[in-house]
Design a protein around this ligand. Structure first.
Ligand code: GAR
Length: 206
């Protein structure tokens, strides 16, 4: 009997280095697959990355007349055709509404949407977290992978890893150290999902 693969949809808005890391890592695992990329930005380089990996992609921009729910309904319509088990946010720069999160939650309301945030949450929530941490002269910063709830970077944490900021670091040194942590951390979380320990915390689709 063929066991169905765990299906991941990836959401990204920009360059997409995290998305690329996910495409490669999931592509190496016969138990899982990236079913599609969703982006809200037609100019995002992540679209080129998806094309290069042969991954289905959907550009769903928010037009000026659309409110958040209308935009999210357009995304849900697409996802309904893929039925992803999990949604991985990888530099997706929109806050998802309770409407969307409710659609992608388990029977007991657990989130099936996961985000990576470039700080040691709860520190430095929101935009430009590397810049916030660097400008605050921290000795250590970090990266957090967490379930998404309707707050801004407030959902329960899955995994966190710190990294040092050295005295002579330029902003680019600091950020590139953090980005490398992002890639390894997301890979570890995906391995947990495909190997169950996170999956068991969520008991099936709505
Ligand atoms: C990453 O640093 C990611 O953690 C961050 O955006 C960057 C996207 O880079 N996400 C957030 O700040 C979400 N709040 P990428 O497009 O190269 O993956």
């Amino acid at each position: 009997m063929e066991i169905s693969k765990i299906r991941f949809a990836v959401f990204a808005s920009g360059n997409g280095t995290n998305a690329e890391n996910i495409f490669t890592h999931i592509g190496d695992n016969p138990k899982s697959e990236v079913c599609c990329l969703v982006t809200d930005n037609q100019d995002a380089f992540v679209v080129t990355r998806a094309k290069n990996h042969g991954i289905n992609y959907h550009i769903v921009e928010k037009s000026s007349g659309d409110n958040k729910i209308k935009h999210e309904k357009n995304i849900v319509k697409i996802l309904d055709t893929y039925k992803p088990d999990w949604i991985l946010l990888a530099g997706y720069m929109r806050i998802l509404s309770p409407f969307f999160l409710e659609k992608f939650s388990g029977k007991k309301g657990q989130s099936r949407v996961i985000n990576i945030h470039p700080s040691m949450l709860p520190k430095f929530k929101g935009m430009d977290a590397y810049r916030q941490a660097y400008d605050a002269n921290v000795d250590t910063s970090g990266v957090t992978v967490h379930f998404v709830d309707s707050g801004i970077d407030t959902g329960s944490q899955i995994m966190q890893e710190s990294f040092p900021r050295y005295r002579n670091d330029t902003f680019d040194d600091f950020k590139s150290r953090g980005m490398n942590i992002e890639y390894t951390l997301y890979r570890k979380v995906i391995d947990q999902i495909t190997g169950q320990s996170v999956r068991e915390r969520c008991d099936g689709y709505h």
